[in-house]
Design a protein around this ligand. Structure first.
Ligand SMILES: [Zn+2]
Length: 153
């Protein structure tokens, strides 16, 4: 069993967005929406869609604009949960920078919230969660979680 399941449709959408931005040497980001479930006492996240909002991107940084959150809440239907976010590191690998960790702490503080990072140039994908075990103030306190891309039934 994996911690995160990414539906192929969401994966393809994010991939296309990241590749498009990478061709212009830009990072890109979007929200991951879906649901949180549990199986035999273990929680997992199902990502059903990737939703992009207005991006404020440069080659090495990308952040959410305040407007993006407002726009997004309008496009989400009832019962759909933002389970995390997904962004690209074109050419420099998958990890969470200290800025990414801060973003996670501020916008995605729930246990189930995930951060997916993709390097569209290397074709690398990784999913992360904040790690509660690390001492407070440590900016590197995140851990990799397992994820799988799944086809819709
Ligand atoms: Zn980053």
């Amino acid at each position: 069993m994996f911690d995160v399941y990414l539906e192929e449709k969401a994966f393809e959408k994010a991939s296309a967005h990241f590749k498009d931005h990478a061709s212009r040497r830009l990072e890109a980001l979007g929200f991951l929406v879906g649901g949180v479930y549990s199986f035999e006492g273990r929680q997992y996240v199902m990502v059903e869609d990737y939703v992009t909002a207005e991006n404020d991107a440069t080659a090495v940084t990308v952040r959410f604009s305040r407007e993006a959150f407002k726009d997004l809440s309008k496009t989400l239907s009832d019962g759909v949960v933002i389970v995390g976010w997904c962004h690209s590191h074109p050419g420099y690998g998958c990890f969470l920078s200290s800025t990414d960790v801060r973003t996670q702490k501020v916008f995605f503080p729930e246990d189930f919230h995930i951060a997916v990072v993709c390097d569209p140039l290397k074709g690398e994908w990784k999913a992360f969660k904040l790690s509660k075990a690390e001492p407070e103030g440590n900016e590197e306190n995140y851990r990799e979680v397992s994820f799988a891309v799944v086809r819709e039934k």
